[in-house]
Design a binder for this molecule. Structure first.
Ligand SMILES: Cc1cc2nc3c(=O)[nH]c(=O)nc-3n(C[C@H](O)[C@H](O)[C@H](O)COP(=O)(O)OP(=O)(O)OC[C@H]3O[C@@H](n4cnc5c(N)ncnc54)[C@H](O)[C@@H]3O)c2cc1C
Length: 499
């Protein structure tokens, strides 16, 4: 292992890998250090009894030629390695609410037409909603590729309105207002806290087009790693960073678990900011900053059941199924045991285009970290029988909820496996196993904003806790972070001139 680099990146999630890609492309000597055996963070997958499961990236949007993610994928040379399977354009998401099904269709006009069939009196309201989403996206330079002179990443107006406040006023039809928030598990929305812009950027992204990644989202990590190696970057797995060594003015090195020191001119962290701060004892990090980061609320975690079906029994569902079991789509992250799960999200895994039968599926419900806190400190596979019983009880409850909507499905399940907030915490080191990192809050917009820069001049942050989560949010975070070294205008010109 070399012990001197120009840029060291801690963590090989999408944020770490894409930041590394941009910097390596600009000639920096980069090394990525990953604590796990598998690179990719939330892009990791695993195989059980021959079935491959994704862990944290299940579908992506805006991937038609010319659309925003397609442009970023091109920039990151991802297009040739990633095979996509379009979700059903007449209903890529299905929202099951109060005993009825509502389809989200691709394309602004189709989205409006499809929902208007269910809410004929509210066509104008649905049009206004779609236009607002589009306007928010359009006003954000990195999401629209327009007006890069605008220094605001997001229009300040949309940072201060909560998504539920906005949607409550969208129409006089309470069901419609709920349905429009039906995809909130994609951002773990919290009533009166989650800003409208988070909902808008994600919803508009999928309305444009929506796809599953054939044979799992780990292909994204593999493609970036292939490119990085070609460009001469070094990647180390099983390499946990446990300390940032600083002198009086800057960071000078990272220390690995085995005690090795790796010196670097710049250090970029893709890990949860609180975890990072716990590795730094420099006076350059002020107490107030530390306290702010450590007091931030996290997005809620999830309990997941990974299902293997018996061969040729369950037709492939080419839509994502969002179920709400109560009268309201909000507050699903707060529950007592007897009403869990209040909602769930069910998705089939895609192994080939035009797939006929489902082999694997993922079934999620929100789960609070406090539900598993008593097993904190234990390690994967060694948490004890009580924990195993807890997981079985939860899985059976979640499967019973699924069976209400898909009668008989239990008979088609050959086997299943589960994960809890502790699993996510162990695999990605995200605080409390939170699904999408820190929670943005309209009541404290500045306190819940995390800049790429830190008070240590050569230490930067990247990944979902900086800009926003998800494939697009994280890629944009890496462009902003890499821009700190390469120069913002250089990157913007490259992006603008890409055809
Ligand atoms: C259940 C779930 C479903 C999701 N579904 C989707 C989806 O369908 N579409 C979508 O766009 N987004 C989805 N997301 C969000 C998306 O996956 C994330 O926002 C994104 O992948 C986060 O990337 P990241 O690089 O910021 O962080 P991470 O992926 O968390 O990467 C951080 C990396 O740092 C490593 N690390 C931590 N500590 C250390 C250390 N001390 N030393 C070395 N390495 C360390 C971790 O092991 C990890 O590899 C989902 C997320 C989850 C959890």
């Amino acid at each position: 292992m070399e012990n001197k680099y120009e840029v060291v990146i801690i963590g090989s999630g999408l944020g770490g890998l894409s930041t590394a890609y941009i910097l390596a492309k600009h000639g920096y000597k980069v090394a990525v250090f990953e604590k796990n055996a598998q690179f990719g963070g939330c892009l990791q997958s695993f195989v059980r009894q021959g079935v491959k499961f994704e862990t944290g990236m299940h579908y992506i949007g805006s991937m038609k030629e010319g659309q925003i993610l397609h442009r970023y994928f091109k920039y990151l040379s991802l297009l040739e390695d990633i095979e996509l399977s379009p979700l059903d354009p007449t209903g890529y998401d299905i929202i099951s609410f109060r005993d009825d099904l509502y389809h989200f269709a691709n394309g602004h006009c189709n989205f409006i037409d499809t929902l208007s069939k269910k809410f004929p009196q509210n066509r104008k309201d649905i049009e206004n909603y779609v236009n607002t989403l589009h306007q928010i996206t359009n006003n954000s330079p990195y999401y629209s590729f327009k007006d890069f002179d605008n220094i605001n990443l997001i229009d300040p107006e949309h940072v201060k309105i909560s998504v539920n406040n906005y949607l409550d006023g969208i129409s006089n039809n309470e069901t419609l207002n709920n349905i429009l928030a039906g995809n909130s598990p994609l951002y773990a929305g919290v009533k009166n806290k989650t800003p409208l812009y988070i909902h808008a950027l994600i919803s508009d992204f999928y309305i444009n087009s929506a796809y599953r990644i054939v044979n799992s989202s780990d292909t994204i990590a593999k493609s970036l790693i292939k490119s990085l190696k070609k460009m001469g970057a070094d990647l180390y797995n099983n390499a946990t960073v446990n300390k940032i060594i600083c002198d009086d003015e800057k960071a000078v090195a990272i220390r690995l678990n085995n005690g090795e020191l790796i010196y670097s001119k710049y250090i970029i962290s893709d890990i949860h900011p609180e975890t990072l701060l716990n590795m730094i004892d420099s006076h350059l990090i002020r107490k107030a900053y530390r306290q702010r980061i450590c007091n931030m609320q996290q997005t809620v975690s999830t309990f997941t059941v990974y299902i293997k079906f018996k061969d040729n029994t369950v037709p492939y569902l080419n839509s994502n199924f969002f179920k709400y079991r109560s009268r309201n789509v909000w507050d699903c992250e707060t529950y007592c045991d007897n009403i869990w799960p209040k909602n769930y999200l069910y998705m089939h895994q895609c192994y080939e285009k035009n797939q006929k039968w489902a082999k694997g599926a993922i079934l999620f419900a929100f789960m609070k970290y406090s539900d598993v806190i008593r097993w904190q400190g234990t390690t994967v596979g060694r948490r004890g029988t009580e924990y195993e019983t807890f997981k079985t009880i939860k899985a059976e409850k979640l499967l019973a909820a699924l069976e209400e909507d898909f009668p008989g499905i239990r008979n088609d399940i050959e086997n299943y496996w589960t994960s809890t907030p502790l699993t996510y915490q162990d695999y990605t080191a995200t605080k409390e196993g939170s699904t999408y990192g820190v929670l943005r809050d309209v009541t404290a917009p500045m306190q819940t904003f995390i800049s790429q820069r830190t008070k240590i001049p050569n230490l930067f942050l990247t990944g979902q806790n900086t800009n926003s989560h998800g494939i697009l949010g994280v890629i944009i975070s890496s462009i902003i972070t890499a821009g700190e070294l390469v120069g913002r205008n250089t990157l913007i010109n490259e992006l603008k001139n890409m055809h």
